[in-house]
Write a protein that binds this ligand. Sequence first.
Ligand SMILES: [Zn+2]
Length: 453
Amino acid sequence: MPRKRTKDKVELANKVRSGWEILKDRLGEVESYNREYIEFLTRVKTEREAVAYCRECARRDKGLILIENRGKMIAVCRKGSVPLTNGVRIIAAHIDSPRLDLKANPLYEDVDFAMLKTHYYGGIKKYQWLARPLALHGVLVKEDGSIVSVVIGEDANDPCFTIEDLLPHLAANAQYSKKLSDAFQAEKLNIIIGSRPDLEVKDNKVKEHVLRLLHETYGIVEQDFVSADLEIVPAGPAREVGIDRSMVGSYGQDDRVCSWAAFAAVRDLKHAVHTSIALLVDKEEIGSEGNTGAKSRFIEEILWELAGRFKEEIIPSRVLFRSKAISGDANGGLDPDYPEVHEKSNAARVGYGVCITKFTGARGKVGASEANAEYMAAMRSYLNRNSIPWQTGELGKVDEGGGGTVAKYLAEYGMDVVDMGPALLSMHSPFELSSKVDTFSTYLAYRTFLEEV
Ligand SMILES: [Zn+2]
């Protein structure tokens, strides 16, 4: 919401302006940014694929330094003109998204269907995953350490998978009369993977047929599922939405909308005072745990690595204390069908630019990292100065729910950090919705932060 400042008139009220109005002379840039973003969303559906895609995009740029953690977390860095001891600039975003993971022993046969057992990952509404085309992405690692990568269900000629749903005629007792949380159970989220029997075998004919096909195509055996990261995700490409093509619809925009913007910001940076880091983390959707999540202290490893390359002596904790960061994460936009969950004057609106969230958490800011007033002032100052559409937001009205981001794991090091990302509709669903001006505003906000703050 950049203010118009004329010599004789100060605008007293905080008037929010649409991103479409502020960016009306930059629509060509909005379109070309979103074309790249849609391609990223279509090609990348897992954290491993996000890392590989960034690696590929960065290949020819000698100024980019890539530091990876187990293929599921990556730092994309560019050297600044001052030493690391002056602090660095970090934009952190996550590359994992809610999905269904396969269990360690997933394959079974029931009533002549071969099925895969799943365990959902992150916050999903289970009913949204039924009766729709699904794809399988991931890796299996064989006993000898060799990796088999699979993507099945994305190409138009591929088969896809699905979870069946009960017909309405018979759903009265099993679904309609129950609470939503009881009507759809996690142990019923089973993937149908085949139905044709192997006529040569005696028992488990359909399962045996699937195993034979898997072995012929991928050289894998059933025990290989034990050492695998296999994810079931919605099949199909990201799309433009609306007769005016003003929106992007896709799985995984939380938080690839911010992780792509962070990557592109560091990639496109011409020169910056401080060393810039796009820190793309895994495991945010399950609490940032694990050796590839934000709690893994990988940020310290990144600094050791950069110091080695720059031939600098550093103490990572001091560098981090002097650093500034944006925690890039998607926010829930003001919902046209459920406005009652928001407090309208503080809800982020789709189409009004990147959203700054001073604090997250729930029930009295519990679990939040709150940005201080000074840092908020620095943010609005550079956004206004550069006419970047922005707004403030909170995740629902007080005591309605809430959520957290990786901000607090960066704040643990004592650096300044604030949440900043676009507002989405249908967040955490198989088809999340963003506005093209918001995705572009997020990119502009990140790049300019690296250049000016
Ligand atoms: Zn998120």
